[in-house]
Design a protein. Structure first.
Length: 199
């Protein structure tokens, strides 16, 4: 943040609160102060560090591919593209499925449905990759796709990250996640969009 912006932010926070206390009194000043404080907290919560996403320190010479299954990896073209990436039998492949928790499930603290859905995506993805000769491990990750990748790279220093998403529902969120990963990842990155059968 440039030096001249900080005083403006402070003034934008302090002046409305101070004026409402002075001119109207605590009856109005207190609610306005509470609203400003709430707004600051909401903005702070929504902010995430946007630095580069790197693999674990020290790196690795062997090929490690992290496949992020936003959708099941079952379309033949997607499976073939991932299989073509695997250079040798010693390459390590990890399939990560973010547990996508719905709004109502979050409020009800029901994460089991999201985890079950993620595990189904993993089973389908591992079976499809195994049929193409690719052996992989599997993990369920954070609901936020970018955060799931960042968390996983701490223990699995990938040389390539492959994001697999479905065309259609949620494509706006998938596009935003793909753009953020492309700009922040230090490892190689590719994005595969699968299409439902019959399209």
């Amino acid at each position: 943040m440039t030096s001249w912006k900080l005083p403006l932010f402070v003034a934008a926070i302090v002046v409305p609160i101070a004026l409402s206390f002075v001119w109207v009194g605590p009856a109005v000043g207190l609610p306005i102060g509470s609203l400003v404080a709430f707004a600051i907290v909401m903005v702070a919560v929504r902010q995430r560090p946007r630095g580069a996403i790197s693999s674990a320190p020290g790196g690795t010479a062997e090929q490690r591919i992290l496949v992020v299954a936003g959708a099941p990896v079952e379309e033949p073209a997607a499976v073939e593209e991932i299989a073509d990436l695997v250079a040798s039998a010693s390459s390590q492949v990890l399939v990560l499925a973010p547990a996508e928790i719905g709004f109502l499930d979050r409020w009800a603290s029901d994460v089991e449905t999201a985890r079950s859905d993620a595990q189904r995506r993993l089973v389908v993805s591992l079976a499809s990759l195994a049929a193409a000769g690719v052996q992989a491990e599997a993990r369920v990750g954070d609901e936020n796709l970018v955060q799931a990748v960042e968390d996983q790279l701490g223990s699995f220093p990938a040389t390539e990250v492959v994001l697999v998403t479905a065309d259609g529902a949620g494509s706006k969120a998938a596009t935003a996640a793909a753009e953020e990963l492309r700009s922040r990842l230090q490892a190689g990155f590719r994005w595969i969009v699968t299409r439902p059968a019959g399209r």
